[in-house]
Design a binder for this molecule. Structure first.
Ligand SMILES: [Zn+2]
Length: 544
């Protein structure tokens, strides 16, 4: 009997020990801005073992991770990764949109109620205020009664602010006017922390740019990429040709040019390391969260395209930077004590002129010309001017006041618009966003469009462009569509409890936050529609 009581007692103790939440010391979110999934493999022959290959060899790879909404832009991508939901719920429907409530174009993180901390410019007039939901970082703060520290870091303000969440300790981003890390008064900071000021005083941007940008390896070894000097890439400001060497020491505006060099990523990771040391991230009983986004991959990608020597060089250098960063985490947080995931906010299209050279389809159209064409045609048909307000995020926004004032029939206008646009070479279809149930659309594309509709921030019609068509980039490239080159992103989990694995089942960008919630044993964000990735969770090391 006594034996049985002891047994029950020890079982209870054991059960209690098991039920206490076991969590990593630190979660590191790494978003590589504009990283298409295949970049994990495209340059793999030249990757060292310690960067991307370490993640692939030791981590859990969700190899078919898709973005389940349109448009595939930076603001929506970062909001969706961290909130586990789509623009229709979190409200970040693009980087910019026409806002019917405010009656003007807005930028996703702009907030004139805030001021810059750390420089004299307006770069810090930012906040997450337009995001309507909580993030996984907010939920971690709530779960630990705000004892967990959450910090966002990215050169781009939106890449730092949206992941860090509403209740963040801080979000730091780059002020290209002064070449410094800054933040916003939103975070209740009256001045930069001493460690940030000291970091800025090193004046690393000057030092990086003085080195100029040459290829890491002899240029003849960049066989995965197109020729270096081609007319469809953009030269850097002040350059005549878009090719190596990029003499960054002589170009201006210098601080802005840093963004479009691999040094931008080095600068970000060095700053992240400094944050870990000086904010003592991962050092106490409460799990901390460092949300990093690497923006220079996107700037370089837009400028030179995914087949350029420049983007290859950027990824070869990033691979080596990641090796250094992971070694830093091993040393200062401890191998197995941090949980890391790497993903992207969107992919990227090939440059249309590059594709055409290889006999494939693609093209560029001008969004301003499209609005003009629509307004000119509608004036001819109705006698009234300026009925279309804007074209943004592939949405056509009507001037609703004028439509009502002149008592125009909206459905007739929509029919006319569809008829005119369908004659343009890059248009595959045009949909009525108020009546999508009546449209014949492949279900996965329809779901992406539905997931992007947020009333008063969205337009009235959606233009489905043909694959590899996009707007306003006569040279270089962009992203934003519903197609795989923009939607198929990398996702690898690494570290705390994670066992090696590769999983080709379809997961979505919105599954990342609920998976983190499951691993941390906290509530998922309040607008979450994603699901935990069960393949990963079933594969966790049993001690967790
Ligand atoms: Zn982006």
């Amino acid at each position: 009997m006594r034996c049985l009581a002891l047994l029950i007692c020890s079982y209870t103790l054991f059960a209690n020990a098991q039920s206490v939440a076991s969590r990593p010391q630190l979660v590191v979110g790494l978003v590589v801005d504009q990283m298409r999934w295949d970049f994990l493999y495209r340059y793999a022959e030249k990757y060292t073992g310690g960067g991307f290959k370490r993640l692939l060899n030791e981590g859990y790879h969700c190899a078919y991770t898709q973005i389940n909404y349109s448009p595939t832009y930076t603001g929506c991508g970062h909001a969706s990764i961290y909130s586990g939901t789509v623009p229709a719920v979190h409200g970040i429907v693009g980087n910019n949109w026409y806002d019917y409530t405010e009656g003007k174009y807005v930028y996703c993180t702009a907030d004139t109620k805030c001021n810059t901390v750390g420089s004299a410019s307006k770069a810090g007039q930012m906040s997450p205020g337009r995001m309507q939901v909580s993030t996984i970082t907010d939920e971690l703060r709530l779960a630990t009664n705000f004892r967990s520290k959450c910090i966002g870091i990215a050169l781009k303000d939106r890449g730092s602010i949206l992941p860090a969440g509403h209740s963040a300790n801080a979000a730091y981003f780059y002020d290209p006017a002064e070449g410094k890390w800054v933040t916003s008064t939103y975070y209740n900071l009256s001045s930069l922390p001493e460690w940030v000021t000291q970091f800025n005083e090193q004046k690393l941007p000057e030092k990086y740019l003085q080195q100029n940008w040459n290829t890491l390896l002899p240029i003849l070894q960049y066989w995965e990429s197109d020729e270096d000097d081609v007319p469809y890439e953009n030269p850097l400001p002040g350059e005549e040709r878009p090719c190596f060497q990029h003499t960054t020491s002589r170009l201006s505006p210098a601080y802005k040019i840093l963004l479009t060099t691999p040094y931008g990523n080095s600068f970000t990771l060095r700053f992240a390391e400094s944050a870990i040391l000086h904010e003592a991230l991962g050092k106490d009983a409460y799990t901390d969260f460092l949300a990093i986004s690497l923006s220079s991959t996107d700037y370089i990608g837009h400028n030179f395209g995914p087949n350029s020597v420049e983007i290859e060089d950027c990824y070869l250098r990033l691979d080596r930077e990641l090796e250094q960063f992971f070694a830093f985490l091993d040393k200062h947080v401890g191998k197995g004590h941090y949980l890391l995931f790497i993903t992207a906010d969107h992919g990227v299209a090939h440059i249309p002129d590059y594709l055409k050279k290889k006999k494939m389809h693609g093209g560029v159209y001008e969004s301003d010309a499209l609005v003009k064409l629509l307004n000119d045609s509608l004036r001819m048909a109705t006698g009234h001017d300026s009925l279309v307000l804007a074209y943004e995020n592939m949405h056509i926004y009507f001037n609703k006041k004028r439509l009502q004032h002149f008592r125009l029939n909206e459905s007739e206008i929509k029919q006319s618009i569809r008829r005119w646009l369908m004659q343009l070479p890059g248009v595959a279809n045009v949909y009525d966003l108020q009546a999508l149930c009546n449209e014949n659309i492949p279900s996965t594309i329809k779901e992406k469009i539905v997931n992007s509709i947020y009333p008063l921030r969205s337009g009235d019609m959606y233009v489905l462009v043909k694959p590899n068509w996009f707007e306003d980039m006569p040279r270089g490239t962009t992203h934003g569509t519903v197609y795989p080159y923009d939607t198929h992103i990398p996702l690898i989990w690494y570290g705390w409890g994670v066992k090696r694995g590769t999983d080709f089942s379809e997961v979505h960008i919105t599954d990342i936050a609920p998976t983190l919630a499951a691993m941390l044993k906290i509530q998922e964000p309040n607008g979450c529609i994603g699901k935990p990735i069960t393949g990963l969770l079933h594969n966790l090391k049993s001690k967790k």
